[in-house]
Ligand binder design. Structure first.
Ligand code: 4FN
Length: 257
């Protein structure tokens, strides 16, 4: 289980902010996990302290020099061979909840964030164990990706969620979207809360929620629905609530069939 995360970054402020905020902040304050930053700029001694240089072969932009990154990674490792070095990059394996659980099972993670056009390939070949991506869009640095990864893995640490739902009860952990949620008042601007939620019948409520999660996933994310597969609880829920009434709009027309 995760004990410590190190981040190699030119912008530690991007990551240090997690220490003061919300769930990650509390997990760190409670010493459930450690978070350390290493700035490759601190590994450069020349007066200009340059961490980047022009790309061989020409072309636009700059490339991060390998030596300051190598020194930062080696400093982060501190002689611990079990620390896994992860480079956040568009070439990486797409992060999903299964991947989050795999990453959270490591004892130590060292996350390397790129800037400019990226890092010298020889640094990746010699110092990186695995590459992960948070999605297919252009970012100006790996830091927001590292921030996403850290939030997701820290939630998996036992005790971090406290009184909130356990990480495994999380609907998405079972590969389904969440059911819709409602709070007071029971009529708001002429819109009623679904009656079953006011019934006090906790068995029926659980079935309704399950059926909603299944209907929603089938409609919005047929790819997730396909790989879910129905069990007896699912079949009973769909039998009790076969209607297709779904509050909300389809937000993801591309993924839906
Ligand atoms: N991005 C694409 C194609 C070519 C370049 C990029 C891009 C930050 C250092 C990498 C981006 C997205 C998800 C890290 C993107 C991620 C990054 C990530 C990232 C600066 C070089 C760069 C085809 C994906 C649009 C910039 C596609 N998850 N280059 O964004 O680090 O982790």
């Amino acid at each position: 289980m995760l004990e410590r995360i190190d981040v190699v970054t030119l912008f530690p402020e991007w990551i240090e902010g997690l220490k003061d905020l919300g769930l990650t902040g509390r997990a760190l304050a409670d010493h459930r996990v450690e978070l350390h930053c290493h700035n490759p700029r601190d590994q450069v001694n020349d007066p200009h302290r340059s961490i980047d240089d022009r790309p061989y072969g020409g072309g636009p932009g700059m490339v991060m020099r390998p030596e300051p990154l190598a020194k930062s990674i080696e400093q982060a490792k501190a002689g611990d061979d079990q620390a896994r070095v992860v480079y956040l990059s568009p070439q990486g394996r797409r992060l999903d909840q299964k991947g989050v659980m795999e990453l959270a099972a490591r004892r130590r993670l060292i996350l390397v964030c790129g800037r400019y056009e990226g890092v010298d390939q020889r640094l990746i070949d010699t110092h990186v164990d695995e590459e992960w991506s948070v999605g297919d869009y252009v970012l100006s640095g790996g830091e927001p990706a590292a921030s996403v990864l850290i939030d997701a893995v820290v939630r998996q640490i036992p005790g971090v969620l406290g009184h909130e739902l356990s990480a495994s009860e999380d609907s998405f952990a079972e590969g389904l979207l969440d059911c819709p949620h409602f709070t007071r008042p029971d009529t708001w601007r002429g819109l009623d809360v679904p009656k079953v939620l006011l019934s006090g019948d906790h068995g029926k409520i659980a079935q309704w929620r399950r059926a909603q999660a299944l209907h929603r996933t089938r409609r919005i994310r047929p790819d997730l629905y396909q790989s879910h597969g129905l069990d007896d609880v699912d079949r009973a829920a769909l039998k009790a609530f076969p209607d297709e009434f779904l509050p909300g709009k389809v937000q993801n027309p591309e993924e839906s069939g």
